[in-house]
Structure formats: structure tokens, C-alpha cells
Design a protein around this ligand. Structure first.
Ligand SMILES: Cc1cc2nc3c(=O)[nH]c(=O)nc-3n(C[C@H](O)[C@H](O)[C@H](O)COP(=O)(O)OP(=O)(O)OC[C@H]3O[C@@H](n4cnc5c(N)ncnc54)[C@H](O)[C@@H]3O)c2cc1C
Length: 451
């Protein structure tokens, strides 16, 4: 299979053949590029927009190393269906029938089993522990901090019933040393006076931390450039040039590139990119929002998850952010005012000094959601020199360093610092219907993607 170029100027070869080309300038792409460079490779990172223009910019900044449980767990489909009916779910599903989304949902529901929960927990634990260690190393060795702070995290509940129900989650994590401590009304107020005094209580994860993602991304981008990674912005990969089972070059809006090895780390857009190589990833974009406010007195110093409305609040010295919601609406980044109002109303219910409505800077980003809520990291089946790193869902910022290092070890054929098995792409046995989605999807989505 090989794609020829159509426009004359696109035949110009812009790069003399870097060792590795990384596609995507989000936190995962940057982490891959950084570790590949540290392992002695000549790396070029191509980003369609600007570095950190995707999900890695306006997210909530949690380094939630205790979050080892996958979203798909027994009981979740029924509970979420009931919340959807009641109108209290953070989920929003585009009602238009879309075979890719339907098949993804089917896979998600089928993953809500005890066996998956146990296996996923083990895989995530390793990825999270290594990420914690590597972030510490990046802070010490490279001065990469991104406004890092370690205050722990609070799962906050308004009702006794909701707080009691969370105990089951805690029981699953406690044997791994990840349990949280319960705090009730007055004790919670003493610890975090930025919360509303009417709240019932919270589970306190003492060892987790947070940073400001936009600051981290700026620092990491600068660091990568200093180390010699060639970062090119405004370069959108459109097609692959192939020879046998190898990708030998990339066609972009700015010309052609030769490559010896390719890493696809394009977040949710890894789906149409891998389709061009004839492979279907069980991946969907999960849209989330955030509202960013200037720093002000009274904001909680400890990051909080308002559990009933599923809204996150994170404060840094430089600002304050509310974030949440999960909308499955394809690659559409339109902002729904109702969802924004939902986050503002959660702020009023849970915060002692809520920010004024309408004053937050609104942002939307697409989480790359895999159908079993496990990252998709490893060689692309059928291709000898293509590695994929996506599907990090709600934990991409947290797990970026261990993912980046794992990818670099795979590409450079070094011993791996963690077991890649839980993240391999071929863990999904693709249905015939999914295989048939590949070509039509590329044809219709490439227009949106590359417009
Ligand atoms: C509201 C919200 C809150 C979140 N909070 C947290 C949190 O607190 N902690 C946490 O760990 N995670 C959080 N996440 C999840 C996290 O943001 C994502 O998992 C992570 O950013 C994914 O990174 P990525 O590099 O895979 O994708 P992205 O950041 O989306 O990067 C992909 C990049 O690829 C580029 N690209 C796409 N197609 C092409 C192409 N053809 N050619 C070249 N470039 C291309 C895009 O322009 C984009 O910049 C949150 C997400 C959201 C939406």
C-alpha cells in the first residue's frame, strides 16, 4: 500500500530522514519525544496546530497516581443509564446513530466485568507508580515543575449516602496502599476552609498532587527544544507513504517527510490516522470542559472532586479551574452553555466563595477514550516501524512520563521498565464490522480533520 501525492509543492521533502517522527504535540507526544531524545534518537515532532492545543492544555491538572481503577466496572452501565434518564449524568451522547460510537459503547459495556477490573487495576498501578517516580525525576533533574504542588486530593460528598457508597471504591484501592481517609463536616472544614460548610464529608487522598498543565506544557516544550528535538507546529500529517510493512514517509500540508520510525501520539485524532494505515482503534473522543478564573482569596488549596455532579476544582497560585463533563459527540468542539452552567452551579454548591458566573475562560478538549479505559500503547499491528501511544482517557497528564519512556524503550529496543502487556493494541479482537469501518471513516473524517 502506498499513497502518492497530488499537489506539486507537497512533493518537497522537508526532512532528511529523522530517526523518529512523533505525530502530535500533546503531553503524550512531548513525553515520547523527550524520552526518545534522551535515549539518543534524532526526533522530529509534528503538530497540526500549536503544541498543547488539544486536551493537554485546559485540563484539571491532577496527578492522580491513586486512580488505578478503570471507568468500566461492574454496575457502571446501569448506574449511568439511570443517571442519564434522571438528567444527573456527566455523560452526554450524541443521539445520531454512529456505528463507530455504538461499537465502542458495546465494547465498553462488555468490559464492565470483575475480570477486567482486576487486570486493569494491575496494569494501571504499574503505569501510575512509574509516572510518579518519573515526574519526581523530571522535577529534580530537569527543573520541570509546571507549578507542581503536593497537597493531596479530596473526593467531596454532599450526602451521607454518596460518601458511604464511595467506601466500596476505597476498599478496592486500600490493599495497594492507595486508600483515602474519611473526613466529616468539621474536620473537612478545618482542613479545607475553601469548601462550603454544608458539605457532608470527603475522602482524603494524601499523597496525590497537581500542577498547571498549560504551564507544564510550555516548560516541557522549551526543554525538548533545548535538548535538540525538532518541533514543528502547523504541520498536519495527512497521509503515510509506505513500502511493504513499513512507513517510509509522511505527507503533510507543508510537504513530505522521510522517516525511519513513526510514533502516532495524536490523542483522539489517532483514530483517523491509524485508519489510514488500515487499522481500527476502539477509541472515541470524550469531550470535557473547563472554566479558568484568576486566582482569588478563598479558593480551596487542595484540589477537590465534587462527587455528585462530577466536577473538579483545582487552584494554583496563578489561577483556579473548574472542569468536567464527558460528551461523546465525535470531534465537535462546540461549547454547550448548559454544561458550563452545570459546572458553575456545582461551584456554588460546593465552594465557600464560588467564582462569579460567566467570568471563567471556557475551554473544551477531547479526551482519547479507549473502549476498556486502558491506554493503547505499543506497535501498530501489521506495521514494523509504527508505534501508537493514545487512549489515556482521564489520566493522560498523570501517566505521560511512563508512557513516553515505555514508547522510547520500545522504539530503541531497550529493556522495558514496565510490562506493556495490558496496553497492547491487539488485546481487542476486532469484529468484522469494525474492520469495515476503516475506509469510509478515513474518507469522511479526513476532511474534518485536515480542514
Ligand atoms: C476537562 C478535562 C480535564 C482533564 N483533567 C485531567 C487531569 O486532571 N489529570 C489527567 O491526568 N488527565 C486529565 N485529562 C485528560 C488529559 O487531558 C488527556 O488524557 C491528555 O491530555 C491526552 O493527551 P494526548 O497527548 O494524547 O492528546 P492531545 O493533548 O489531544 O494531543 C494530541 C495532539 O495531536 C495533534 N494532532 C492531531 N492530528 C494530527 C495530525 N494529523 N498531524 C499532526 N498533529 C496532529 C493535535 O493538534 C493535538 O495537539 C482531562 C481532560 C479533559 C478534557
Amino acid at each position: 500500500m502506498s499513497f502518492s501525492t497530488s499537489k506539486k509543492h507537497n512533493n518537497v521533502v522537508r526532512s532528511g530522514g529523522d530517526d523518529v517522527i512523533v505525530i502530535g504535540g500533546g503531553v503524550i507526544g512531548l513525553a515520547c519525544a523527550y524520552y526518545l531524545n534522551r535515549m539518543g534518537r534524532q526526533v522530529r515532532l509534528l503538530e497540526a496546530g500549536q503544541v498543547a492545543e488539544g486536551a493537554s492544555n485546559g485540563n484539571c491538572g491532577w496527578l492522580f497516581f491513586s486512580d488505578a481503577l478503570p471507568l468500566c466496572a461492574p454496575g457502571v452501565p446501569t448506574a449511568e443509564a439511570l443517571r442519564l434518564i434522571r438528567g444527573t449524568s456527566p455523560l452526554k451522547l450524541d443521539p445520531r446513530p454512529d456505528p463507530r460510537r455504538l461499537l465502542w459503547l458495546l465494547r465498553f459495556v462488555l468490559s464492565c466485568r470483575h475480570a477486567h477490573l482486576r487486570a486493569a487495576l494491575k496494569g494501571k498501578l504499574a503505569l501510575l507508580r512509574q509516572a510518579d517516580r518519573l515526574y519526581a525525576q523530571l522535577r529534580t533533574d530537569e527543573g520541570l515543575s509546571g507549578e507542581y504542588d503536593c497537597q493531596g486530593l479530596l473526593m467531596v460528598h454532599r450526602s451521607a449516602a454518596d460518601m458511604a457508597a464511595y467506601a466500596a471504591t476505597n476498599d478496592l484501592l486500600a490493599p495497594y496502599g492507595l486508600g483515602a481517609d474519611p473526613l466529616f463536616a468539621n474536620a473537612l472544614q478545618r482542613l479545607e476552609p475553601g469548601l462550603h460548610p454544608s458539605l457532608y464529608g470527603a475522602w482524603y487522598y494524601r499523597n496525590d498532587s497537581h500542577l498547571r498543565p498549560d504551564t507544564l506544557m510550555r516548560e516541557w516544550h522549551r526543554l525538548a527544544l533545548t535538548k535538540g528535538v525538532a518541533v514543528e507546529e502547523g504541520v498536519s500529517v495527512q497521509r503515510f507513504r509506505t513500502h511493504g510493512n513499513r512507513v517510509v514517509g509522511l505527507q503533510t500540508n507543508r510537504g513530505a517527510y522521510r522517516a525511519h520510525a513513526v510514533v502516532i501520539a495524536a490523542g483522539a485524532w489517532s483514530l483517523p490516522l491509524t485508519h489510514q494505515l488500515g487499522y481500527h482503534l476502539p477509541l472515541q473522543p470524550g469531550k470535557g470542559y473547563s472554566l479558568t478564573f484568576p486566582a482569588a482569596a478563598g479558593q480551596p488549596a487542595i484540589p477537590c472532586y465534587f462527587h455528585e455532579p462530577n466536577v473538579v476544582a483545582t487552584a494554583w497560585q496563578s489561577g483556579f479551574r473548574l472542569g468536567g463533563t464527558m460528551a461523546f459527540q465525535g470531534f465537535d468542539l462546540t461549547i454547550d452553555p448548559q454544561r458550563v452552567a452545570h459546572m458553575e452551579s456545582a461551584g456554588r454548591a460546593y465552594l465557600a466563595t464560588p467564582p462569579a458566573a460567566g467570568e471563567g475562560e471556557c475551554w473544551a478538549g477531547l479526551r482519547p477514550m479507549s473502549a476498556d479505559d486502558m491506554p493503547l500503547v505499543g506497535p501498530l499491528p501489521g506495521w514494523a516501524n509504527v508505534t501508537v501511544a493514545t487512549g489515556h482517557g482521564m489520566l493522560g497528564l498523570t501517566t505521560a512520563p511512563s508512557t513516553g519512556r515505555l514508547v522510547a524503550e520500545m522504539v530503541t529496543r531497550r529493556p522495558l521498565h514496565l510490562d506493556p502487556h495490558p496496553f497492547r493494541l491487539d488485546r481487542f479482537r476486532l469484529l468484522r464490522a469494525e474492520k469495515q469501518l476503516v475506509r469510509p471513516f478515513f474518507l469522511d473524517n479526513s476532511r474534518q480533520l485536515l480542514a
